[in-house]
Design a protein around this ligand. Structure first.
Ligand SMILES: [Zn+2]
Ligand SMILES: [Zn+2]
Ligand SMILES: [Zn+2]
Length: 228
């Protein structure tokens, strides 16, 4: 069975390449644009490449077929003209997630966790209660308020974090200035790129669902972060 797997995958990849191509010609072939989307066009590549990356990532979870999968991956990547060790060959989660915990419906008091980036109803802009007996719309202002609180928490965590000395690696809190006692330069322990990509998700959520206040707040924080 294992031996017939690789040729079959190759024929699937060939079909995708022939019928979908670059994935940019027809809207139905394009990568979906979701609030959690965060990969660049280069990182996404073609649909055939995305298929190869996903299949190989799933199959590599089974350590017993490690060598076979490594070889298959190499061959499939060559088929889609992607270098084995290039950035585009790396599998990345295509859609980030953001979960609003314990969100309460103001009509029925039902309490649930909402994945704002991945939930299918929310993606379709249907903010409605999950309880089958209820189904009433959620109050958009309440949703936006909860998201604002999350952004403020993320922003505060960034500002309150410790600084670490580049030279002696000691952390310094409540410091004055940007230098350690040893003369080394202090830097944030939570590197800005990670923080910024988290804010970027909130920015996408705000744009996707037209939360104006959230969008402005995040845009301001992103500008602040970029100027540091
Ligand atoms: Zn409800
Ligand atoms: Zn130091
Ligand atoms: Zn924007």
């Amino acid at each position: 069975m294992r031996s017939s797997f690789s040729p079959r995958l190759m024929s699937h990849v060939r079909t995708i390449e022939q019928q979908v191509g670059s994935g940019r010609e027809e809207p139905r072939h394009m990568f979906p644009q979701r609030a959690g989307s965060h990969l660049s066009a280069e990182q996404l590549g073609t649909p055939a490449l995305a298929f190869v990356r996903s299949v190989c990532a799933i199959m590599s979870l089974d350590e017993r077929v490690e060598d076979e999968v490594a070889l298959m991956r190499k061959n499939l990547l060559r088929m889609v003209h992607c270098k084995e060790f290039s950035d585009a060959a790396v599998f990345r989660e295509p859609c980030l997630s953001f979960v609003l915990r314990n969100f309460i419906c103001t009509y029925c008091n039902d309490c649930c966790d909402l994945d704002v980036c991945r939930d299918a109803d929310i993606q379709a802009k249907r903010w409605v209660c999950r309880s089958p007996a209820c189904g009433m719309p959620y109050d958009r202002d309440v949703v936006e308020q909860r998201l604002m609180e999350e952004v403020q928490r993320a922003g505060a965590a960034f500002q309150l974090q410790d600084l670490r000395c580049r030279k002696c690696a000691q952390t310094a809190s409540g410091h004055m200035g940007d230098r350690c006692a040893c003369g080394g330069l202090l830097e944030n322990t939570n590197a800005p790129p990670k923080h910024i990509s988290k804010l970027q998700v909130f920015h996408n959520i705000a744009e996707h669902h037209s939360f104006e206040l959230l969008r402005e707040t995040v845009a301001w924080l992103l500008r602040e972060g970029a100027s540091e």
